[in-house]
Design a protein around this ligand. Structure first.
Ligand SMILES: NC(=O)c1ccc[n+]([C@@H]2O[C@H](COP(=O)([O-])OP(=O)(O)OC[C@H]3O[C@@H](n4cnc5c(N)ncnc54)[C@H](O)[C@@H]3O)[C@@H](O)[C@H]2O)c1
Length: 431
């Protein structure tokens, strides 16, 4: 059987592991990215991602697939589309001032439309505003290419449902939704999905229903975390440990409350409200509950800064004269992804208040003026320590606390510290 040639637009957190997964499963994969620096790093086998496939790190998988020729990387999207029988889009839609910003997504759609060959299949895997596949991609593809979808070319919406850090495993095991208007697109999409997935495939005739369900998946996490945060405030006032309360509630088979933390970040959850809201506004609809959850979660970084300032005042210190050690810069535990990260926002806000910040995160590769290379350096003479992420399983923050100034303030948003192990005179606060 002829090897399938799959071109994947976007070689970021989703696109790169997805490309490698198809390469591992016997396809010729051409990865396309507009970021020439990223392309040149990938061509040399370099990535800062931390995914693993069957115990191998993504760097080894990348090198192997480059060497055996199953994976290529290019910034020439036009030629990559002309060579492919399947084109997958993983370019995201950022949100600027609460509004979806389509330029990157549209540019990729345009290149696909200008170069697509008859018989090819396009799969949209990005998270989008409901209606995008039908109202934006289909019209653009048909208008520019002159082909008719469902007859000359084929189009389906297939949301990506992986969690960063579990990509390879979840491509194989996560049930996949396919939304397409015609049967041939549905069947062709399912054929591609089955290459690297053993899980159930659920097909809908409505791409918009599938797009809405993807946004709903993300928004239920946003609202769930907002609930957890409110219970955290209650638990604190009542002298309870919120993490214990949630653990107890979650023993119920139909309850799954997420953990509170220093905020809700990353590309997926914070953007979802704005995707839904963009469509709701067109429909003349308000989303008061979801808007409130978003607002509450958005305010958490500011709240953590105010809490830190209050605690420092309790020991007679002003935030503006203090050194604050921070553990974690990524948007979630164990992650290299610092996009829309509440931890980064907290550092910026502390600096705006006049504090000196020394932040440590061994997983994050981005440069920040306040980032330091070791935990020891971060905590040295610090007045307060903020635990904003878990870095790796064995990381023990208590180790460095003796290096801090006397009577240190410890803010633990992740339930990582046993207060009984802290030096006497420490002021400990847990979410
Ligand atoms: N990260 C996740 O865990 C995750 C999970 C599920 C769904 N998603 C969704 O998947 C999509 C991609 O997310 P991501 O985290 O991989 O984003 P990302 O920013 O890591 O990757 C997107 C890549 O697209 C590239 N790009 C931009 N314009 C381009 C163009 N015209 N042509 C080619 N490449 C272009 C960027 O340079 C970038 O490398 C988003 O819609 C996101 O919401 C992400």
């Amino acid at each position: 059987m002829m090897k399938k040639t799959i071109t994947i637009f976007g070689q970021g957190y989703v696109g790169l592991p997805l490309s490698l997964s198809f390469a591992i499963h016997g396809c010729n994969v051409i990865g396309v990215d507009s970021d020439s620096n990223l392309c040149s790093n990938l061509a040399q086998g370099k990535t800062h991602q931390t995914e693993k496939y069957q115990g191998l790190n993504i760097q080894s998988v990348l090198k192997e697939q480059l060497e055996n020729g199953s994976y290529r990387i290019t910034s020439d999207g036009a030629s990559a589309v002309q060579q492919a029988d399947t084109i997958i889009l993983t370019v995201g839609i950022p949100v600027h001032d609460g509004l979806p910003f389509y330029d990157y997504f549209d540019a990729a759609c345009q290149t696909i439309a200008e170069n697509i060959t008859k018989g090819s299949l396009v799969l949209i895997r990005s998270t989008v505003v409901p209606g995008t596949t039908e109202n934006r991609c289909k019209s653009l593809l048909e208008k520019i290419s002159g082909f008719k979808t469902g007859e000359d070319i084929f189009l389906a919406y297939v949301p990506e449902r992986i969690a960063e850090g579990k990509a390879f495993e979840e491509f194989e095991t996560m049930p996949t939704l396919i939304g397409a208007l015609d049967k041939t697109s549905q069947l062709k999409a399912a054929e591609i999905i089955q290459i690297n997935s053993k899980a159930e495939i659920i097909i809908s005739d409505s791409p918009t229903a599938v797009e809405t369900s993807k946004v709903l998946e993300n928004l239920q996490r946003d609202a769930n975390i907002a609930i957890a945060q409110e219970f955290a405030r209650f638990s604190e006032a009542a002298g309870l440990n919120i993490f214990e309360v949630i653990q107890l509630a979650n023993t119920h088979k139909r309850v799954n409350i997420l953990n509170p933390g220093p905020g809700v970040g990353g590309y997926c959850i914070p953007n979802a409200f704005h995707y839904l809201n963009a469509r709701a506004q067109e429909l003349g609809l308000r989303l008061p509950l979801l808007a409130l959850a978003r607002k509450q979660n958005d305010q958490l970084p500011q709240w953590i800064c105010e809490k830190t300032s209050d605690l420092l005042r309790q020991i007679g210190k002003e935030l503006s004269h203090c050194k604050i050690a921070v553990v974690g810069l990524a948007m979630k535990d164990f992650s290299p992804d610092d996009r829309l990260s509440p931890a980064v926002e907290i550092c910026m806000k502390l600096i705006e208040s006049g504090a000196t910040v020394a932040a440590y995160d061994c997983n994050v590769s981005s440069h920040y003026s306040f980032k330091v290379e070791s935990y020891k350096e971060a905590v040295q003479d610090a007045d307060a320590l903020l635990i904003l992420n878990r870095l790796y399983e064995a990381f023990d923050p208590v180790q460095g606390i003796t290096r801090m100034a006397s009577h240190p303030v410890i803010v633990d948003t992740k339930n990582t510290i046993n207060p009984q192990l802290l030096p006497s005179g420490s002021l400990f606060w847990r979410l």
